[in-house]
Design a protein around this ligand. Structure first.
Ligand code: SF4
Ligand code: MG
Length: 316
């Protein structure tokens, strides 16, 4: 695998509060070279927290346990300087709001030059050449190189962010709700673009989203999170056509063909991560809940090498 997450627990405190939030519990996830893995769940499922932990972008007093391994190094134990070197170069990230990440006072060219200066010793000419190539790969013509962020549409700005994220040939690109604020047509163009550039740059993508529609279009594999726990994982095909976990089934039934907002997927509200439900975290909302679901977190059930779920219904 390109990157490997092992037994990851993430706990943090609310500001000025003594309450512990258990944002992620015992997460295991491998992402292979060139693979697109989607991490799906409602808000409060822990998905963004896991993405941030890979870049070491969690708030200072966050407690992490477990490993996030890249090239045999545990990213959770690296000093801030080493992480800064890796961030943007080996691991890059695109977000929901490109405008908030681009400097309104800098041209597109200046953004690229700044990034390349920080991570390479390219001369100006080579830096410009690299940047124009990356922009070309995302469909931004060279004559826009000296324009400012506000002169572009939302979709074009996200393309610029993708070019910036790729120009250093990262091993993995983390896309956190990267298409959520775009209209459906542009969303689909950006997803296709991500798919294409993954192949060209041989970059893996960790696609973090609440939107299952987005997942169907680009993922090789899908990991479903609920209440900070992985409850099902499998190939995109398995998750869409043979979902096993009642939560995954609910998600799929409620969003097929619809662009729903977060929280409306399954009846009820997401669990309180300060006091997560005992046993299976989905039990207060599960239509098939049994007595033991309230007491015990289920063991893993494997249907084949890729498709697994954690649900008492499948335990023999
Ligand atoms: Fe529902 Fe029980 Fe399965 Fe949890 S373990 S999803 S509560 S049936
Ligand atoms: Mg989020």
């Amino acid at each position: 695998p390109n990157i490997s997450i092992k037994n990851l627990d993430i706990t943090y405190n609310y500001e000025n509060d003594s309450e512990e939030v258990k944002a992620a519990r015992d997460i295991n996830l491998d992402i292979k070279n060139g693979e697109i893995v989607s991490l799906v769940g409602e808000s409060g499922s822990g998905k963004s927290t896991i993405g941030s932990s890979i870049l070491n972008l969690l708030p200072k007093d966050t407690l992490t346990r477990g490993k996030i391994q890249l090239d045999g190094k545990n990213l959770l134990e690296l000093p801030e300087n080493d992480i800064r070197e890796i961030r943007g170069k080996d691991i890059s990230k695109i977000f929901q709001d490109p405008m908030g990440r681009l400097n309104p006072l800098m041209t597109v060219e200046q953004h690229f030059i700044e990034l390349l200066n920080e991570h390479t010793d390219f001369g100006k000419e080579k830096a410009i050449e690299k940047s124009i190539d990356a922009l070309n790969d995302v469909g931004i013509p060279p004559n826009r190189f000296e324009d400012y962020p506000h002169e572009f549409s939302g979709g074009m700005r996200q393309r610029i962010m993708i070019a910036l994220a790729l120009v250093l040939n990262p091993r993995i690109l983390i896309a956190d709700e990267a298409t959520t604020s775009l209209d459906v047509v542009v969303q689909s163009q950006i997803l296709n673009l991500l798919r294409d550039v993954t192949e060209k740059y041989n970059t893996s993508i960790l696609n973090i989203t609440h939107n299952l529609g987005v997942v169907a279009e680009i993922s090789d594999r899908v990991v479903v999170l609920y209440g900070g726990k992985v409850v099902e994982k499998g190939s995109a095909e398995e998750i869409f056509h043979k979902p096993k976990h009642p939560y995954t089934k609910g998600l799929i039934n409620s969003v097929i063909g619809l662009d729903t907002e977060e929280l409306e997927w399954v009846e009820g509200t997401p669990p309180d991560l300060v006091n997560p439900p005992s046993g299976c975290p989905f039990h207060p909302r599960c239509p098939q809940v049994m007595e033991k679901c309230k007491k015990q977190f289920p063991e893993q059930t494997g249907f084949n090498d890729s498709h697994k779920t954690w649900c008492h219904l499948y335990e023999s």
